[in-house]
Design a protein around this ligand. Structure first.
Ligand code: SF4
Length: 401
């Protein structure tokens, strides 16, 4: 698929009077997952997003130095941080202030996931990570709209060479579609990880509605949709605190409000996705994605690699109960889950009356680590779904909550 944005770089990167900052080059190389750069085959230039975007969200070389010492995805408590910057002559107050600025720009994140429940800072990857976080900071994005393209670039460049190798379950990359819970609630063996309620229980009481960074990003280069970007991403657990406390436009919500947002998402044909990079015991967001703008779903479509996003459930057509007339004229895959349905039918809006149900597929674990879906036998028969989703409401007419 042609890459329309190939070679994009902000104007200032062509200005020879602006010197290249070596700490930014090193930091960009440390964070990126782009294989030619990781392998040392390709050098980072000023026109690479690993340079110009990192230079923007990391405005001082001092920040870059601190970030490099943290190393990618190593949680650091305050005492760890003090040791790391011991020779940099910072007071604790100065260091905390610096970490705060880096968090607001989306360069780093934080959580309390240690035994003593102590705050710890993490230098994340680009996606999911600083790509999303920088795009959720509305003021930053308005000042630097090129960060919208940064997020787009980092959802594509690191993945275009590896997606064919992604195993069922996503291999710990990106996002993972989960069904609308009603579609699987009758299943005795329904997989816990595939249920929104499982995650809401696990992170009980810690939810925040936050802006959708994909929708925000797309708007910066006029490929957005009519949705109001606010409130579709439900940050959970410590991430809820992060999006509220670091200028990411997040606000705390109740479980009932979260369920209402999921319901509105389903009514609009959006797809529920959870993050998929931390194994099967942790997620940090439940998204309500519009298939027309979501970068995670786009990656699967761009490279024809559904394993990147797929749910552990697939449609199972009961041929005996399918209506012959409808089956004969049908081309769309009949599915029960409106999350899957919206994904499929947004591509092929034809109707079907085939009776179908969702079956957990064998060997599709979350994160590709452990099989949680084992049942491959017969499936219970449930009432067929309405063949065609009612027209989606205009989402621009209301905010998520
Ligand atoms: S994954 Fe979905 S809800 Fe989350 S930022 Fe992207 S489109 Fe928005």
């Amino acid at each position: 698929m042609a890459d329309k944005m190939l070679g994009y770089a902000p104007e200032w990167t062509y200005d020879d009077s602006i010197p290249m900052r070596e700490p930014i080059v090193k930091l960009g190389r440390m964070i990126t997952d782009r294989i030619p750069i990781v392998l040392g085959i390709q050098k980072i230039t000023k026109q690479d997003p690993e340079y110009w975007a990192v230079a923007t969200i990391c405005p001082t070389d001092e920040m870059a130095e601190v970030a490099m010492r943290m190393k990618k995805r190593h949680p650091r408590t305050l005492s760890d941080m003090k040791k790391l910057v011991k020779d940099m002559g910072m007071t604790e107050e100065y260091l905390l202030n610096l970490l705060e600025q880096m968090s607001e720009n989306g360069l780093i994140e934080w959580n309390y996931e240690n035994e003593q429940h102590e705050k710890q800072w993490v230098l994340p990857m680009f996606v999911p990570g600083s790509g999303e976080f920088s795009n959720m900071n509305k003021a930053l994005l308005e000042k630097h709209p090129e960060l919208g393209r940064f997020f787009e670039r980092m959802t594509r460049l690191p993945l275009e060479k590896v997606t064919p190798m992604v195993p069922p379950g996503g291999g710990g990359i990106g996002m993972h579609v989960i069904p609308v819970e009603k579609a699987i609630e009758m299943e005795n063996e329904a997989i816990n990880l595939e249920k929104i309620s499982y995650w809401l229980d696990k992170y009980d009481g810690k939810y925040a509605a936050s802006p959708c960074s994909c929708r925000y990003s797309r708007k910066t280069y006029d490929e957005g949709c009519a949705d109001d970007p606010e409130g579709w991403c439900i940050a959970i657990g410590d991430m809820a605190d992060y999006v509220v406390e670091t200028q990411k436009g997040g606000h705390y919500i109740t479980r009932e409000q979260a369920l209402e947002i999921f319901k509105q998402g389903e009514e609009n044909g959006f797809v529920h996705q959870i993050t998929n990079i931390d194994g099967e015991d942790k997620i940090f967001a439940i998204c309500n994605c519009n298939v027309n703008v979501c970068y995670a779903l786009r990656t699967s479509q761009l490279f024809n690699t559904p394993n990147m996003s797929r749910s552990a459930y697939v449609a199972n057509v009961k041929k005996k109960t399918a209506s012959p007339a409808a089956a004969a004229s049908s081309t769309a895959p009949p599915v029960r889950s409106s999350s899957v349905r919206s994904f499929a039918q947004s591509r092929a809006r034809s109707s079907t009356r085939s009776r179908s149900c969702l079956t957990p597929i064998s060997g599709v674990p979350k994160s590709g680590k452990k099989n949680t879906a084992t049942r491959t036998g017969s499936t219970p028969t449930k009432p067929a779904p309405r063949p065609v989703r009612p027209p989606a409401r205009r989402t621009s007419r209301f905010r998520a909550i």
